[in-house]
Write a protein that binds this ligand. Structure first.
Ligand code: FDA
Length: 305
């Protein structure tokens, strides 16, 4: 049943008509729990509050699968705007973005020019920019772009998904770039030809790549809500005497707030991924897919209206 619901929400997350429709409306279907606002003004107040409690953030202007040039340029301009406000308001935040919102599906020239514009602003204001990883189809293209940009900019990082079979090899190949990597389990619906279908294999590959990347000495963000993985990381860094300056934990806005605060209290860097924007639909559906139990929370919200 849970697997069925998961697939259903992942299917819905890719529906372009619903994505377009959702943009016209404010945050609905419980999205306010996972999305910090429809514009950066609103989100920046939440970020300030998070920063005041000692946690750091990475802010994500929601948007994906953009299929026209103008929209991709607007998304890039919004990222530059967010970087400027981060600096102006002295927020302790990085910026995350998706390649498809920068025009990945349109042309390489467009993505590169958008990315350079954002990374220049990031360099000027000392804001790190991380490239989210989307579905398998776009993985190689995203890594190629990351590698090219990393030669020009220090302030760029990317994401690696534990559920893909190719991941171990990617970690090996990326090592020469001394990358800042965020390691995650993976959120998209992928075929068993490219990704581990069993959760236990994903978890064990996650542990494997966390160890590889940490022992490679590259700054590692472990992005998970899973206590078993967090425990594994704590034991691993203790065993190998890895300094707390070399890694951080990350979680999503609205998920396991107490656990976030607890890790901060224990002296770990805790970064909260804070999404905002009108394009909240696909993101919200993926969060529901991860934990169908949240659907009851959403339904309760809808019924109360
Ligand atoms: P998992 O889903 O196995 O859950 C383990 C436990 O965590 C659960 O049993 C529950 O206790 C708790 N939990 C998990 N989700 C919860 C929820 N929604 N509500 C309450 N409790 C919950 N993916 C991707 O493909 N590309 C990307 O670029 C990113 N970027 C990214 C950034 C950050 C900061 C995070 C935290 C995650 C991502 N992801 C992502 C998503 C990631 O791939 C994955 O889908 C989610 O983090 C869920 O996996 P977990 O590791 O949390 O474990």
């Amino acid at each position: 049943m849970e697997q069925l619901m998961r697939n259903f929400f992942l299917f819905l997350s890719k529906n372009k008509t619903l994505t377009k429709l959702a943009k016209k409306y404010g945050l609905r279907f419980g999205a306010a729990r996972f999305v910090a606002g429809v514009d950066f003004e609103e989100a920046s107040k939440k970020i300030k509050k998070i920063n005041d409690s000692g946690l750091v953030t990475t802010v994500d202007h929601l948007g994906e699968f953009v299929d026209n040039e103008q929209e991709a340029i607007e998304s890039a301009n919004e990222c530059v705007h967010a970087i400027e406000i981060i600096s102006k308001k002295s927020l302790n935040s990085e910026l995350s973005l998706k390649m498809t919102s920068m025009g990945l599906d349109i042309s390489r020239e467009l993505v590169m020019s958008n990315m350079r514009k954002i990374l220049e602003a990031g360099k000027k204001h000392r804001v790190t920019v991380t490239i989210d990883m989307e579905d398998f189809e776009r993985c190689q293209k995203t890594l190629d772009i990351f590698k090219e940009l990393k030669k020009e900019y220090d302030n760029v990082g990317t994401v690696i998904q534990a559920y893909l079979y190719r991941t171990e090899q990617d970690i090996k190949e990326l090592n020469e770039y001394n990358p800042y990597l965020r390691l995650v389990k993976g959120a998209y619906k992928e075929s068993p030809e490219v990704a581990f279908p069993d959760k236990k294999d994903v978890d064990s590959n996650f542990k494997k790549i966390i160890k590889m990347n940490l022992l490679n000495g590259n700054y590692t963000a472990i992005a998970t809500h899973d206590d078993a993985i967090i425990k594994y990381v704590k034991e691993l860094v203790k065993e190998h005497n890895i300094s707390k300056d070399l890694f951080e934990f990350q979680m999503l806005y609205g998920i396991r707030k107490e656990a976030q605060e607890q890790l901060h209290k224990e002296g770990y860097t805790m970064r909260v991924y804070v999404p905002y924007g009108k394009d909240w639909y696909g993101y919200n559906m993926r969060r529901l897919a991860e934990r169908p139990a949240n659907v009851w929370f959403v339904l309760k919200g809808v019924l109360k209206k």
